[in-house]
Design a protein around this ligand. Structure first.
Ligand code: GSH
Length: 248
């Protein structure tokens, strides 16, 4: 039975799932879905929720980056995504939860704020995807989908400003996990793969790069996900941007 991963091109938790499957050496095929349209497709495929990543593996349906990490460790324990030592495991789970619940979404909101203002930027994030329609056509006719997606992701001006204001503390937390060895160690774990993709995606936004690029978080992301697809040239109002740290 073929394993199949359902993704939306450019989705950071979907790239986490891809990295986890590669880490385990598990073969799979990928199905690319368009935002919004994905919701109905996933329900029709029998998944309980409406987000990617969603994985069909050995007759099971597993949805969500954290759930996929646990399912993969159960199905194929080696190499492990979570440490065997209980204290180390608790620390990795805590960092993974932070990545899933706190870090992913503000970056998603800023990305969609950007798409809302320039949908041509979608092109780079869809590189290599098979969407069933040429990407140029998808972009040309995709205005309503982008508007719905931006609304569903709460990519309003106040939310984008709140996301930007939250970013420095979130990045400090990532650097703290690296400093205490929870992530960034010699053996990759689920939190490494969870957090690196959010930072990798953030680095594709030129407005965010100066806030990140001198941090240990950036070095980790570049190591784990060196070729994150997509690029958003400067688009956010400069007055909204937090002050970038001065290099040490
Ligand atoms: N925290 C969840 C987030 C999943 C999520 O929100 N995925 C987005 C893409 S990044 C999604 O599927 N959105 C539905 C859509 O855009 O239609 C996870 O890590 O699995």
């Amino acid at each position: 039975m073929t394993n199949r991963l359902y993704v939306i091109p450019g989705s950071h938790p979907a790239i986490t799932a891809r990295l986890m499957l590669d880490f385990k050496g598990i073969d799979y095929k990928r199905t690319d879905l368009m935002p919004v349209v994905a919701k109905g497709a996933l329900r029709a495929l029998g998944f309980p929720r409406t987000t990617v990543p969603a994985l069909k593996i050995g007759g099971e349906k597993v949805q969500g980056s954290c759930e996929i990490a646990r399912a993969l460790d159960r199905i194929q324990p080696d190499p492990p995504l979570f440490p065997a030592d209980p204290d180390r495991r608790a620390a990795v789970e805590d960092a993974e939860r932070f990545g899933d619940e706190r870090l992913q979404h503000p970056i998603r909101q800023l990305l969609w704020w950007g798409f809302k203002h320039e949908k041509e930027n979608l092109r780079g994030y869809s590189e290599g995807a098979r969407l069933g329609v040429p990407i140029g056509l998808a972009i040309k006719t995709g205005g309503p989908l982008v508007a719905i997606s931006a609304r569903l992701n709460e990519a309003s001006d106040p939310s984008a400003r709140a996301a930007l204001a939250a970013l420095p503390a979130l990045l400090d937390q990532v650097d703290a996990y690296i400093a205490d060895g929870t992530i960034g160690g010699p053996e990759r774990n689920a939190a490494d793969l969870q957090i690196a993709t959010s930072i990798g995606l953030a680095l594709t936004l030129d407005d965010l790069k100066p806030l990140i690029e001198t941090r240990p978080a950036a070095a980790l992301a570049r190591e784990i996900v060196p070729n994150y697809p997509g690029h958003t040239p400067p688009i956010l109002p400069p007055a909204w941007l937090p002050v970038a740290p001065t290099p040490a």
